[in-house]
Design a protein around this ligand. Structure first.
Ligand code: TNX
Length: 487
């Protein structure tokens, strides 16, 4: 048995919106503890009972009238976020309440961090009232440059859910590989998901339609929405290797395993292009229950401005025809966007990309500035993995920026949220992914969740320092950045 370790009520990442400790009301979890919850709370109640069993070794049955109660509001308050929750810890027990199961799940992540890893559990007394600042808090994994197996993606999903990340953007296609099976276009994955694909030809790999659907369903159990990306009209060499008719002259092109960008383009003037793109978008939409479909649009450096406009004007409405909202990298804001389309802003220096114009017209924006949120940038000069074209991104730089001040004309009201992309040119394994993501994703998670006025680097730094043992217990290959006094 470990000695009891008492947490402070606010010792949580992301920091909750309101924390009122009551040191006279600590709750010592008793050996006969049980967890109660009505039908709407059953899934989270089961998880909480499993967690308590693992920590304490007590039997922890699910039973009415237990010391730990989960409640879903009968009449949810429409003004509250579905992810909001309230947590009351008193000397007699714990009550976790929320308008939806999603909110209970968010509260469960808070409770998990307040519990010790193992042994006698004393929960700090007091009240938490919590709700997210932004509805969209995401991260992106690039499966095209290097493929990651479904089991690794599941493990990644489990880890990010603990920090209330609620969207996982999968970059499924690029010049070096095509990683999602598309019915009717078998060569996309047979050829461009096969041997020798990816950066350095590192290997085969793609998701079958069934594997993708299973992953999406798994993510949903962690209250994470998958956002699939098919990158168009650039970043398409792998598609053109598989189907040469997708080039303008119909000539075969060579597979590419180098990290160059900006050399490939679909042919804006060819009808075959749109038949292909619509087939792919229809198929991906049908496999994806979530509301979004990402169509890329970035770095189309070998598409003329006129062709880009022609292409995007035809393709941007397609997700809408299959019930999805289009997301695209901010370059797409050069075009008149359908009302529901969402630009994802990645630029370092503000420039007139049309994003502010889109925001003024009522579009929501996702903030992903490369110099702050790109998880593939090196932490410092000595980082063995990653790139540095957007600069070095220390943990402090990941934390100490403000999405609503980033781009003039794109303030709080225009933001759907924040996302931290991870491009995989230099990453070959889940361990590599974890090294780049943790701890920086926790900074982005707090920016996305915690009220702006409550955020503070030194507080974050102190709370993060206590995460070392938790990462280690979970076998996460996090980077022990020297900026943090790890415990
Ligand atoms: C830029 S920024 C890209 C990717 C690369 C990444 C490497 C953006 C939308 N695209 O194609 O993988 O840099 O950091």
């Amino acid at each position: 048995m470990h000695a009891p370790t008492m947490k402070h009520l606010g010792d949580v990442i992301p920091l909750p919106a309101s924390v009122r400790p009551d040191p006279a009301a600590d709750f010592r979890v008793p050996a006969d503890v049980s967890v109660s919850g009505a039908a709407a709370a059953a899934a989270v109640a089961d998880e909480l009972a499993d967690l308590l069993r693992e920590v304490t070794g007590f039997p922890v049955p699910r039973a009415a009238g237990g010391a730990i109660r989960l409640e879903v509001d009968d009449v949810p308050d429409e003004a509250r976020s579905p992810e909001s929750y309230r947590l009351a810890i008193t000397a007699d027990g714990v009550t976790l309440g929320a308008p939806t199961e999603q909110g209970l799940f968010a509260g469960l992540q808070t409770l998990r961090q307040l519990l010790p890893l193992k042994g006698e559990a004393v929960l700090p007394g007091g009240h938490i009232e919590d709700a997210p600042r932004f509805a969209y808090r995401g991260t992106m994994l690039d499966l095209a440059r290097h493929f990651f197996q479904p089991a690794d993606i599941r493990s990644y999903i489990d880890t990010i859910a603990q920090f209330k990340i609620n969207h996982l953007h999968l970059h499924l296609t690029d010049d070096q590989g095509w990683r999602l099976e598309i019915e009717g276009w078998p060569r996309l994955t047979e050829v461009s998901g096969g041997e020798g694909t990816g950066i350095d030809g590192a290997g085969p790999g793609f998701l079958t339609a069934q594997e993708y659907a299973d992953l999406v369903a798994y993510a949903a159990t962690r209250h994470i929405t998958v956002v699939p990306e098919i990158d168009l009209p650039g970043h398409v060499n792998a598609a053109q290797v598989a189907y040469p008719e997708l080039t303008c002259d119909g000539e075969p092109v060579q597979p590419r395993t180098d990290p160059e960008v900006g050399y490939s383009s679909l042919c804006a003037g060819k009808e075959e292009t749109y038949a292909f793109v619509e087939d792919v978008i229809r198929t991906v939409a049908a496999l994806t229950p979530g509301p979004y479909l990402h169509i890329g649009g970035d770095e189309a450096l070998s598409t003329t401005a006129e062709d880009y406009r022609t292409f995007m004007t035809r393709v941007l409405p397609m997700p809408g025809r299959y019930g999805k909202r289009a997301i695209g990298w901010h370059e797409m804001a050069a075009v008149d966007l359908p009302a529901t389309a969402i630009p994802q802003y990645w630029r370092i220096e503000p420039a007139d990309d049309g994003v502010a114009r889109a925001a003024a017209a009522g579009h929501q924006v996702i903030m992903s500035p490369a110099d702050r949120s790109y998880l593939d940038m090196k932490y410092d000069e000595s980082t063995p993995l990653g790139l540095d074209w957007a600069g070095l991104v220390s943990v402090e730089r990941s934390y100490d920026w403000e999405p609503a001040d980033r781009l003039p004309g794109v303030g709080e009201q225009s933001l759907l949220g924040v996302e931290a992309p991870l491009w995989s040119e230099t990453l070959r394994s889940l361990a590599d992914v974890e090294f780049m993501v943790f701890p920086r994703l926790l900074a982005i998670a707090e920016i996305g969740w915690t009220p702006r006025a409550a955020r503070d680097w030194s507080s974050f730094r102190d709370r993060l320092a206590r995460f070392g043992p938790r990462f280690e217990a979970q076998g996460i290959n996090y980077h022990r950045s020297p900026e943090i006094d790890w415990s």
